[in-house]
Design a protein around this ligand. Structure first.
Ligand code: 6PG
Length: 249
């Protein structure tokens, strides 16, 4: 059963999400060997969360040497492109907090051959996370949601939606006329926690489709996200106006 928490604005959503994430990381790190594995979302919604991870007092308790950062998806553009999810995280978090390079696993060689990048990324993740079969269980995957109900780079009617074995794939997105690289749905679903961060009235219909719509995951890919672990929707008031969110907390 999913849980939902509602914040009264995008800013308070970022604050609430940041505090939730810091609590999760610190709880794992009470084990001296505990390393928290976190897949970061791209897009604009999590940007403020990343900024706050570098700013709020509570985050000072995080031992970043024991946080493993990976990316849930990436645009197939160079790492210094304004479109790059890596660049967004770098500007808002990595340039502000001392995180060791071996804790940061961005998708390799973006902007080249997306299929090669996806294969290389999966190899890197297998080396770092271990050859867990069929999938490793990340501590947390952060996700956004598009108004077309896509998540990560799992877009409607695209080939990545059917992938059941790979951890990472390249995905041609016709509507954007571009290649993306993305974690696959079964990889995401193996996580202990999956958190959708969704804000704004423009996402209301997408949330309604996920919560109450017909199950048609090829049209509505966020419906594929049914983790073995906990599913949490962290939303703002405008995104859920008039809706009945699951598991309100
Ligand atoms: C990306 C994200 C994508 C994003 C949604 C929502 O690379 O853009 O992975 O899935 O989370 O498109 O984006 P916003 O947060 O900008 O609305």
């Amino acid at each position: 059963m999913a849980e939902t928490s509602i914040s009264n604005s995008p800013e308070s959503l970022a604050q609430d999400a940041c505090r939730w994430l810091v609590d999760q990381i610190c709880a794992k790190q009470t084990d001296p060997q505990g390393t928290y594995s976190l897949a970061l979302s791209g897009g604009s919604t999590p940007k403020r969360l990343y900024q706050l991870l570098a700013e709020i007092e509570e985050a000072a308790a995080v031992d970043w040497k024991r946080v493993l950062l990976i990316w849930g998806d990436e645009r197939n553009v160079p790492a210094d492109s304004p479109e790059s999810n890596y660049r967004m995280v770098k500007e808002n978090l990595l340039d502000k907090v001392a995180i060791p390079a071996n804790s940061i696993f961005a998708m390799p060689e973006p902007g080249g051959d997306a299929a090669d990048s996806a294969i290389l990324y999966e190899q890197l993740l297998r080396e770092r996370l271990g050859e867990s079969t069929p999938f490793p269980s990340l501590d947390c995957v952060l996700l956004g949601m598009g108004d077309d109900v896509h998540t990560a780079s799992l877009f409607p009617e695209t080939s990545a939606l059917g992938e059941q074995d790979r951890w990472v794939v390249a995905n041609w997105v016709e509507k954007l006329d571009c290649w993306r690289m993305t974690l696959t749905a079964p990889f995401i679903n193996s996580a202990k926690n999956v958190v959708f961060l969704v804000a704004g009235a423009g996402k209301r219909d997408a949330l309604k489709t996920v919560w109450d719509g017909p199950f048609e995951p090829l049209k509505y890919p966020s419906q594929l996200i049914k983790p073995k672990g906990k599913l949490r929707f962290m939303v703002d008031e405008t995104a859920v106006a008039g809706l009945t969110p699951p598991g309100l907390s």
